[in-house]
Design a protein around this ligand. Structure first.
Ligand SMILES: [Ca+2]
Ligand SMILES: [Ca+2]
Length: 197
C-alpha cells in the first residue's frame, strides 16, 4: 500500500515515500523545518495549502503573486489534481532544481525552467536557509553538478593565479633589467666625469 504522506508523517515515511527524490536531499532536521514552515503557511490548519495559503506563503516570503500565478504554482506540483498542495507535494516543491552553470545564465531562468525553480531562485532560496543547506548536503546528482562546478571554479582561479604570478615575474624581471641599465649608465657617467677632470 502506498504511504499517504501528511505533515505529521515520520521522517522514515518521507524517505521511503520517494527514495529517489528525497534520499539524501533533506536531513531529519530539515524535514522538521519544512514541517514547521508548512504548518505556518497552512493558515486554516486543514493539512493542505490552498490558494489562500499559498498566497500567504508567497507574501510571507516577500514574493507576492497574482491569483493566476498562485494557480500556476499549485498546478505545477498538484500531482493528485485536487487543487491544493499536500505535504508530499510541498516537498516536491522544495527539491532543489539542478544547479546551473557558475554564471547562472539569467535567460534560462526566464523561459526554460519550471516556475517553481524560478521561485526557488528568486525568493524561497534567500528566505529559507534549508534550501541552500539541502543543495550542499545532497549527495545526489545535484551535488555532483555542484561539485563539478566548484571544481571548475577552483581550476579557473588556479589558472588566473598562475597568469598573475607569471605577469609579476615578468614585471620584476623588467624592473631588474631597467635598474641594471640605470646603474651601468651611472657608472659610465661617473667614469666619464673622472676622465674629464
Ligand atoms: Ca490549508
Ligand atoms: Ca494536491
Amino acid at each position: 500500500m502506498p504511504i499517504q504522506l501528511t505533515v505529521d508523517s515520520p521522517f522514515s515515511d518521507i524517505i521511503t515515500w520517494d527514495n529517489a527524490r528525497f534520499k539524501d536531499i533533506f536531513s531529519r532536521v530539515q524535514i522538521e523545518q519544512i514541517k514547521d514552515n508548512f504548518k505556518k503557511y497552512d493558515q486554516d490548519q486543514d493539512g493542505f495549502l490552498n490558494n489562500m495559503d499559498v498566497k500567504f506563503m508567497m507574501e510571507s516570503l516577500g514574493e507576492p503573486k497574482t491569483h493566476q500565478e498562485i494557480l500556476n504554482i499549485i498546478h505545477e506540483v498538484d500531482m493528485d489534481n485536487d487543487g491544493k498542495v499536500s505535504f508530499a507535494e510541498f516537498l516536491v516543491m522544495l527539491v532543489p532544481p539542478p544547479v546551473q552553470g557558475p554564471e547562472n545564465d539569467p535567460s534560462l531562468l526566464a523561459s526554460d525552467q519550471p516556475i517553481l525553480s524560478r521561485i526557488y531562485k528568486s525568493g524561497l532560496a534567500s528566505k529559507a536557509k534549508f534550501f541552500e543547506q539541502a543543495i550542499i548536503d545532497s549527495r545526489d546528482k545535484t551535488n555532483e553538478n555542484y561539485e563539478a562546478i566548484q571544481s571548475r571554479i577552483r581550476e579557473k582561479k588556479k589558472i588566473e593565479q598562475m597568469k598573475k604570478d607569471e605577469q609579476e615575474k615578468e614585471r620584476l624581471e623588467k624592473e631588474r633589467i631597467l635598474k641594471e641599465k640605470q646603474e651601468s649608465k651611472a657608472r659610465l657617467a661617473a667614469r666619464a666625469a673622472m676622465f674629464s677632470q
